[in-house]
Design a protein around this ligand. Structure first.
Ligand code: ZN
Ligand code: ZN
Length: 258
């Protein structure tokens, strides 16, 4: 089997960036691909990285903020236009399946016109998914928890769901934080962690370094970056953790086995 790779397709935060696409990552497992989040601009960077949309057979969506999910209808349209019969499974918060179907219908991607079967599976806390070469376990974060009561007051079905994902590929573990309420959202996720793909919008870096150090994390990839992100903060903080610190850039391919 070729070396599994993680390709950063979109490393922007919720603020639109002139240089980065919205949150999106591709796990290249050799025989097939798993797309993790699909923000605006993800499809273009996916093509630039040399992949075909029909090659992805699993999509994981952490939560439905636009910077993580707005690129999905466009990605689906490319899959439709390819004529592929390769089945697709979308793993998403349970609250998201209905709205996603409505968005696809909005774009005239009616289920019975798609050339491929599509299935929606709700992400369930700590329920491992076997994705043929990768085992993914979802852990809830509190990123949207404060808005659940607000949605209930409005009579909306939103339940404030957002999930971090622990992705095991062979003997390597990638932890994708998605968006966090606080760093403590990740406390329940077991070590070892080889790659921590962590968002920088809601996490103070001065807290992240000791947290990562206490868990002996080998590599930290800082992502979900706004254009005004202070890169000097990273340079000054490096001595407080032995982890290698990388700054996410769209198009970067990481060798998972490194
Ligand atoms: Zn976000
Ligand atoms: Zn978010």
């Amino acid at each position: 089997m070729p070396t599994p790779r993680l390709i950063i397709l979109g490393s922007s935060s919720g603020k639109a960036s002139a240089h980065r696409a919205g949150s999106s990552y591709l796990l290249d497992l050799g025989s097939h691909g798993v797309l993790i989040d699909c923000g605006d601009g993800a499809t273009r960077n996916f093509l630039q990285a040399g992949y075909a949309p029909e090659w992805v057979d699993h999509i994981l969506i952490s939560h439905t903020h636009a910077d993580h999910a707005a690129g999905l209808p466009y990605f689906m349209q490319q899959r439709y236009l390819s004529g592929t019969k390769n089945p697709l499974t979308i793993h998403c918060p349970g609250e998201a399946a209905g709205p996603l179907k409505a968005i696809f219908n909005f774009g005239y991607l009616f289920k019975d016109r798609l050339p491929f079967p599509i299935e929606y599976k709700p992400l369930i806390e700590r329920w491992p998914l076997d994705l043929d070469g990768a085992q993914v376990t979802a852990y809830p974060t509190t990123h949207l928890a404060g808005l659940r009561a607000h949605a209930e007051r409005l009579g909306l079905p939103n339940r404030g769901e957002c999930f971090a994902m622990r992705v095991q590929v062979g003997d390597r573990v990638i932890l994708y934080s998605a968006d966090l309420g606080s760093l403590n959202d990740l406390d329940a996720i077991p070590t070892p962690i080889d790659w921590l793909l962590v968002e920088t919008t809601h996490v103070p870096l001065e807290r992240l370094w000791p947290w990562a150090e206490s868990r002996r994390i080998r590599r930290i990839v800082l992502t979900h970056l706004a254009d005004d992100f202070d890169f000097d903060v990273v340079a000054h903080a490096r001595p407080t953790t032995a982890a290698e610190i990388l700054i996410a850039e769209d198009g970067t391919a990481l060798d998972v086995n490194d």
